[in-house]
Design a binder for this molecule. Structure first.
Ligand code: GLY
Length: 287
């Protein structure tokens, strides 16, 4: 049984060897958190949000609490959530002072009639979200519990629920040495993530390069054109490398629960749970 399923990555990049097991453990916990939501009857969107909130809150990955700071020492977060069955999405860019931008992205998608907010005005929407009770805070700015630690790269997941509905997320503190106001692919529909009723994909890597080729949308298109998801992930990475010479990673899943992944980076901690919580595959995807 392939459904429901979740595929999660903890960021592709030049991981230090000793950090890889730490990252993988957090991705396993995030996948478990997401899958438990599916087990309890939650939707793909519910599970994708829960999984991503975990990664934003664990402090060990480059998102939320663990996010990399910009050159001024400020964490400016980008995040997105995509609902493949409606083609709707919510994005938040360059937001400061909160830990779980993916929840705000979902609020934007579901409650505002708009899709993409940035900076201080996105922060005002966060306050509205809490005031309306859409989500509760464990402490100011925090939708979930947390611990502290270091970071690597963007996180994301693709989830397919029992009805074949697909959701995808991306969340990040961005790249090293970014200047204030810079926004990467994680908030940009079709670049850092994409999903429709056929397939979903999420990407990790240098945002400027991922946006040039709208990497996630391209991979989903390959699947729509008939390519198997595993081959689509590989073809996407080959296209990305040929056009940009850069490093990235992708995870992909189709509506039937088939999955694929690919990276040309040193390491990308990756976890898949298919059908049952006992059916977890956990590994470090490598170039
Ligand atoms: N992929 C994350 C970023 O470039 O911001």
């Amino acid at each position: 049984m392939k459904l429901p399923m979740i595929i999660v990555h903890g960021g592709a990049g030049k991981w230090k060897d000793e950090r890889i097991p730490v990252g993988l453990e957090q991705v396993e916990k995030a996948a478990t958190a997401g899958f438990q939501v599916l087990d309890n009857g939650g939707s793909a969107l519910d599970a994708a949000e829960a999984c991503t909130v975990y990664m934003e809150s664990c402090g060990k990955l480059n998102a939320g609490l663990g996010a990399r700071a910009n050159i001024d020492g400020v964490k400016e977060l980008d995040a997105m959530i995509v609902d493949g069955s409606s083609l709707n999405f919510g994005s938040v860019a360059a937001i400061t002072g909160i830990r779980n931008p993916v929840s705000l992205a979902r609020y934007i998608m579901e409650k505002t009639g708009f899709s993409f907010f940035a900076g201080d005005n996105a922060k005002r929407l966060y306050e509205k979200m809490i005031a309306e009770g859409y989500r509760t805070e464990a402490e100011p700015g925090v939708v979930a519990q947390s611990s502290d630690g270091g970071a690597k790269d963007t996180v994301g997941c693709v989830v397919v629920d029992g009805q074949g509905r697909i959701a995808a997320t991306s969340s990040t503190g961005g790249i090293s040495k970014k200047i204030p106001g810079r926004v990467g692919d994680s908030a940009v529909m079709g670049s850092g993530a994409y999903a429709n009723d056929v397939c979903g994909a999420t990407a990790t890597g240098w945002g400027e390069h991922i946006m040039r080729v709208t990497l996630s949308r391209m991979i989903v298109l390959y699947v729509e054109e008939g390519l198997d998801v595993g081959l689509a992930a590989k073809r996407g990475m080959e296209m990305f490398e040929a056009k940009t010479g850069s490093e990235a990673g992708v995870v992909v899943a189709d509506a039937k629960g088939n999955y694929g992944f690919s990276t040309n980076a040193k390491a990308m901690p990756t976890v898949i749970i298919q059908g049952s919580i006992d059916n977890m595959t956990s590994f470090t995807c490598q170039e």
